[in-house]
Design a protein around this ligand. Structure first.
Ligand SMILES: *Cc1c(COP(=O)(O)O)cnc(C)c1O
Length: 419
């Protein structure tokens, strides 16, 4: 459910016609809907009504835009961050430090210290080595770091390999087979307060079974840790719920997820932490683009749009599918190859796609681009960074300026000795 709909033949974001945004801000541009973000935040929270004690920490990496974070902060969301940059954004959006969770396999010593300095609520430690280093940093600062130990439960999330994180050979967490021993070692370390465990098995999960399987393993682990005398008060269940990218695609709903979580965790007596990203932001954004020209092909024509793989990397990176529709559909179809202007064949959004008939100058959108969209942008081909807009009812604001290629060039210089 989102607020991007065709009214009087023109696609609107809430009450704003997309051509208005294209005229005023230019293309390509990401357009987010506040009502959609709020709806998803509410639906996810309500799905967890049966979980007595919880923190929902939005996975900032899905969409780190400050205005987006502000919308979620106002919904009572915390933040799951994976770098100091993301931590600063979460704090700048007004998210309380105690509601910030710091994940990630390669937090540097500087980042660990910055997290402690800011007083964040929880570090998810991803290795024994990191735990020992965090303890040392915390002792030097005369502080104690609140932590969970991230467990690699060795389950196949059944999603794309590049976004699977819970298989034994993935880089994340400690092997569940060694969890008891590592937990025991870190629990005795001065400087860290190890309160529980964390798990996150992957993203865009199309099935609840792998999650349920992982939670069952965590259930067993909690019993065994408690049996060994450890106090477990916090369990972080990560994110991963998928969103429909194709019309009619069936995925587990937040309600089904919530019911499964409530059932699996009913005896745990802990505070649960959730880290949803995609399910909150995915369908709350589109990438608005203009057709540069339509080029004859051997078989299907190439619809060349002004957005490219540097603006929306998912198709090039994961072979991901994004719905592609005209902003002002003419009521006829075409089969086309949808491509960007970048000089590599990877800059292809879709081949042989049945889509609305489009001509030079027409506007179109890639849907479900609110998560892992703008945040993955690069300046490849010296294209600059795309602007972002947030719509709220009948008004909109530019929430990230377009960064021109010239501004990026301004940060470069030719050394004197070369001139
Ligand atoms: C990416 C990530 C998430 C969010 O995943 P989604 O699939 O967007 O919900 C949550 N937790 C961690 C540790 C992550 O790396």
């Amino acid at each position: 459910m989102d607020h991007f709909t065709i009214t009087n033949g023109v696609m609107h974001a809430e009450d704003v016609p997309l051509p208005r945004i294209a005229d005023e801000v230019g293309t390509p541009v990401y357009v987010y809907s506040r009502a959609t973000l709020e709806r998803h935040a509410r639906v996810f929270r309500e799905a967890l009504d049966d979980v007595p004690e919880k923190l929902i920490a939005f996975a900032v990496k899905a969409n780190p835009n400050l205005a987006v974070l502000k919308v979620l902060q106002r919904q009572g969301y915390g933040a799951d961050v994976v770098s100091v940059g993301e931590m600063r954004r979460a704090l700048a959006a007004g998210i309380a430090p105690e509601n910030v969770v710091f994940s990630g396999v390669g937090k540097t010593r500087t980042e660990l210290a910055a997290g402690l300095e800011a007083g964040i609520g929880q570090f998810n430690i991803e290795s024994e080595e990191e735990g020992l280093e965090l303890a040392e940093v915390a002792r030097e600062m005369g502080m104690e770091a609140r932590c969970t130990l991230r467990i690699n439960p060795d389950v196949d999330a059944g999603t794309h390999d590049k976004i699977s994180t819970g298989k034994a050979d993935n880089k994340f967490g400690v092997p569940i087979t060694e969890a008891g021993q590592i937990f025991g070692k870190l629990a005795n370390e001065k400087g860290v307060k190890l309160r529980g465990v964390a798990v996150h098995i992957g993203s865009q999960l199309a099935d609840l079974a792998p999650l349920e399987n992982a939670f069952a393993k965590i259930d067993e682990l909690i019993r065994s840790l408690r049996g060994a005398g450890h106090t477990i008060t916090h369990v972080d269940l990560g994110g991963g719920l998928g969103v429909p990218y194709k019309q009619g695609e069936e995925l587990p709903s937040p309600a089904e997820y919530g019911a499964m979580v409530a059932r699996m965790t009913k005896d745990w007596s802990v505070k649960l932490i959730f880290e949803p990203g995609r399910v909150i932001a995915g369908n709350a954004g589109v990438l608005l683009t203009r057709v540069v020209r339509v080029k004859r092909g051997i078989k299907d024509p190439f619809v060349i749009v002004d957005a490219a793989m540097n603006d929306l990397a998912r198709p090039a990176l994961y072979g991901a599918y994004h719905d592609f529709t005209a902003v002002q559909p003419k009521g006829t179809d075409m089969t086309a190859n949808i491509v960007g202007p970048i000089c590599e064949t990877g800059d292809t959004f879709a081949m042989g796609r049945l889509c609305d008939k489009l001509e030079t100058g027409d506007l179109a959108v890639f849907r479900t681009a609110g998560a892992y969209g703008a945040t993955m942008a690069s300046s490849y081909n010296s294209r600059g960074f795309v602007a972002e807009v947030l719509v709220d009812g009948d008004k909109f604001a530019v929430v990230a300026d377009r960064i021109d290629a010239s501004a990026i060039m301004d940060a470069e210089r030719v050394p004197e000795w070369l001139d």
